[in-house]
Structure formats: structure tokens, C-alpha cells
Design a protein around this ligand. Structure first.
Ligand SMILES: *Cc1c(COP(=O)(O)O)cnc(C)c1O
Length: 428
């Protein structure tokens, strides 16, 4: 009977000590991902940077860990920026993305001295100029372009097509949104546009989407150089590296993505006679997802003629990803992690569901898991990304605690919400 451990600690023990549902991160895995990026990207290629996409999972302890590992941060709201700054994250290593930045967010970003603002809509430039002038500084910005490549992933996490709500079309023709924005930025005394940004989509297991997009972008860089004498000094190639859902499958290597991307970039620049820009990556999920698991306690098992439901004490409130885009997961019973998979006598499937009042509150639709009974603890793997950050208090369920564990030591880095937290700020 294999007992599952995470960060060197028995999961049953973690559940007993901290309660369930519980997000547990093995920080050793996060660190090793950061090291892999240093080895295969920063140290292998000159003039490169990585900015962790904080939207995947951002709390102060995570911001500190990422900074210690030499990685910058991408934020998309004043809340994320505040979280990072309040953890002491150096503003110059932060960039701000977002397709609908408010005036206040732009003001906060400029006044805090963030390293880059990724302009998603040309209207932002005017506001940036206004606040940068007031602050008496020059704000570096990049502009996000949509390369017009439809990524091979779920449509809700594909972002690179030309009709996407993100960015401006990669169009260098006279009068296009992009060329007008570049011209406008040039006239602003407090804006320095350093280059271009693109992000094709998320959870990509194929490098073709990246290299195809890069080819479009390289062509665009050449045209912008020829038509406007605009030099792309920096090129942010976005995130999207895939995370594997099954812990017995080896993780994707960062080189699998970075080698073809950098080769395409170098070859393209050579062909077009362009200087190779500073290359920036913005991965979220790949850094954090596989380091995280969620522990739940089974409340009951319902054997129906065609389906068996295992209902647990959390659900779409702490992990809406199945409900949102049918994200897949694997789970085990933590004190019998290699035990025989339960096959109901009726031959039907086993679904792991949550306790929220929605039929779509599913964690795993067709699960392969050991036989469980009420009170057993199960672990869902690969829940580090887009779970805590997407969680809600639907049905007034308090948000679970977050634990960082490594080498047998565990600490609470975000407390479980209390019932008082649920009503905080509400009129009596
Ligand atoms: C979501 C997003 C990322 C990170 O995506 P992952 O799939 O988590 O790597 C990076 N950049 C931008 C602009 C994004 O929107």
C-alpha cells in the first residue's frame, strides 16, 4: 500500500494537520522548474528573460520564491501588482498585461515603477503618457500583437487569433492599429516602446503554434523596420508550455519549446538582417501546475445503476477548471496510491464530484481511482495552476488553505478562510 507523500510529508498527515480541502505545493518542484529555465534558457541564450505569469497562482510567498529564483513577474491587475509589491517584489522586474486596464491600474503601475507595461489596446498609450509625465519618468512599454495563429488547444485558452479580444492584429500596413500605435508612442516623450509581445494560448504540447507565430512576428518585425524604422529591441513570446495531468508521465522539458523557438528567432533575424531582440518568456502553468495537489475528504459514495459518484468536500469553488473548460485530472486515494482501480459492478464510470449545487460541479468526469469510502482522503494531481487563483466562495464555501512543503517541512502560506471571512464587509 503506497502512501502518497508531497514535499516529503505523508498526505494523510497533512490532511489531519491542516484540514481539507487543502492546496499543497512541493516547493522543491517549483524551484527545479526555475532552475531548468535558468539552465536551458537564461544561461544557454544571451539576452533572455523569464517572467512568471502570476495569474496562474499568486500569493506573497509565491512572489518571494519566484524572485529568489531570479525570475520576474507578469501581473494583469492592480490586485496582482499589489500582492507582488507587498511581498517586496522589485517593480522593475514586473510587467503589467491586461486587455482592459483601468486608468487607476495604469496610474498604479506607472507610479510603482513597473518595468514594462504591455499595451493591449492603443488607447492605453495616452493614459500612460499622462501618468508617466506626472511621475517625471519614461515608461517602457511593449505592444501586444495577435499573430493570427489558432492554437491547438481549447478555444477558451487560445488567444492568438486575429479576432481575439487580446492585442492588436499583426498588421504593418499604413493606417493599421499597430502602425498608428507605434507612431503615437513615438510622439510621447514619456514612453519608450521597446518591442512586441505575443501569446498564442495555453496548455500547448506542440511547438508548431510557437514557430508559426514567430514566423509571422519576424515578418512583422522586418516590415516595421522597413516601413517605420521601428526596431524590435525586445520580443515577449508569451507562455503556454503544457503541464502533464498524469504524475506518472514525465514532465515537458522547457528545451522542447525553447530550442525550436530560439532557433526560429535566430534564423529569422539572420534572414531578414535584423538584430536579435531580447527574448522573453512568460510561462505560468508549466512552472507551478505540477507542483500542486489538492487534498479532499470523501463525504459519500453514491452507486447508481450507470454511474458511481464520489462526492468530496470541495469542488468547483476551489477548482472550477472542469466546469470552465473540461480540464482533466488524475486522482488517488492517499493511503493506497498504487492500489487496484475500483471497477463498479454495474460496469459504469466513476465520477468525482464536488459539493456545490451545480450538476457541472465535476472534478473528474471519468475517474480511475481506488475504492474509497466516506472519510478517506484523496489527492488530485496537477492542481497548482488556475485553481486557487480562480477559486470562489460559491455556496459560501471558505477558500482552502495553501501549504508550502519541502523536505518534510510544511508551512501555511495562505490561511483557510473562516466563516467570519465569508461575511466580512457585509452589512449586518
Ligand atoms: C495566460 C498567459 C500566460 C501564461 O500562460 P500559461 O499557459 O499559464 O503558461 C502568459 N502570458 C499571457 C499574456 C497570458 O495571458
Amino acid at each position: 500500500m503506497l502512501r502518497l507523500t508531497w514535499g516529503g510529508i505523508d498526505c494523510q498527515e497533512l490532511a489531519k494537520r491542516f484540514g481539507t480541502p487543502l492546496y499543497v505545493f512541493d516547493t522543491g518542484i517549483i524551484r527545479s522548474r526555475c532552475k531548468e529555465l535558468r539552465d536551458t534558457f537564461f544561461n544557454r541564450w544571451p539576452n533572455t528573460k523569464v517572467r512568471y505569469a502570476g495569474k496562474a497562482f499568486l500569493i506573497r510567498a509565491m512572489a518571494r520564491l519566484i524572485h529568489k529564483e531570479g525570475i520576474g513577474l507578469d501581473v494583469v491587475s492592480e490586485g496582482e501588482l499589489y500582492t507582488a509589491l507587498s511581498a517586496g517584489f522589485p517593480p522593475e522586474d514586473i510587467e503589467m498585461n491586461g486587455n482592459a486596464k483601468s486608468r487607476r491600474e495604469i496610474q498604479y503601475a506607472v507610479e510603482s515603477g513597473v518595468g514594462r507595461i504591455i499595451v493591449d489596446h492603443p488607447d492605453e498609450l495616452k493614459t500612460i503618457e499622462e501618468f508617466a509625465a506626472k511621475a517625471g519618468r519614461v515608461q517602457k512599454v511593449m505592444i501586444r500583437v495577435a499573430p493570427g495563429v489558432d492554437a491547438h488547444t481549447h478555444k477558451y485558452i487560445a488567444t492568438g487569433s486575429t479576432d481575439s479580444k487580446f492585442g492588436v492584429p499583426a498588421d504593418s500596413r499604413e493606417g493599421s492599429m499597430l502602425t498608428e500605435a507605434i507612431k503615437f508612442a513615438r510622439e510621447c516623450q514619456h514612453i519608450d516602446m521597446t518591442g512586441l509581445h505575443f501569446h498564442v494560448g495555453s496548455q500547448l504540447f506542440d511547438t508548431g503554434d510557437y514557430t508559426k507565430s514567430l514566423e509571422v512576428i519576424l515578418r512583422l518585425m522586418k516590415d516595421l523596420k522597413d516601413n517605420l524604422n521601428f526596431t524590435t529591441r525586445e520580443l515577449n513570446m508569451g507562455g503556454g508550455f503544457g503541464a502533464v495531468i498524469n504524475p506518472s508521465v514525465p514532465a515537458m522539458k522547457s528545451e522542447f519549446y525553447t530550442e525550436p523557438m530560439m532557433k526560429t528567432l535566430y534564423d529569422g533575424c539572420k534572414n531578414f538582417g535584423l538584430e536579435v531582440p531580447c527574448a522573453i518568456l512568460e510561462p505560468g502553468r508549466w512552472i507551478i501546475s505540477e507542483s500542486g495537489i489538492t487534498l479532499y475528504t470523501v463525504e459519500n459514495v453514491r452507486e447508481l445503476p450507470e454511474i458511481t459518484y464520489i462526492a468530496v468536500n470541495g469542488g468547483m469553488s476551489d477548482n472550477p477548471r472542469y466546469a470552465l473548460y473540461q480540464a482533466e485530472y488524475n486522482a488517488v486515494k492517499v493511503d493506497d496510491a498504487d492500489g487496484e482501480i475500483y471497477r463498479p459492478k454495474n460496469g459504469g464510470k466513476v465520477s468525482i464530484v464536488g459539493k456545490c449545487c451545480e450538476s457541472g460541479d465535476i472534478l473528474i468526469d471519468d475517474a480511475e481511482i481506488q475504492r474509497v469510502k466516506p472519510g478517506d482522503v484523496i489527492a488530485l494531481f496537477n492542481t497548482g495552476a488556475y485553481t486557487f487563483s480562480m477559486s470562489s466562495t460559491y455556496n459560501c464555501l471558505p477558500r482552502p488553505a495553501v501549504i508550502f512543503a519541502e523536505n518534510g517541512e510544511a508551512r501555511v502560506v495562505a490561511e483557510r478562510q473562516s466563516l467570519e471571512d465569508i461575511v466580512r464587509g457585509q452589512a449586518e
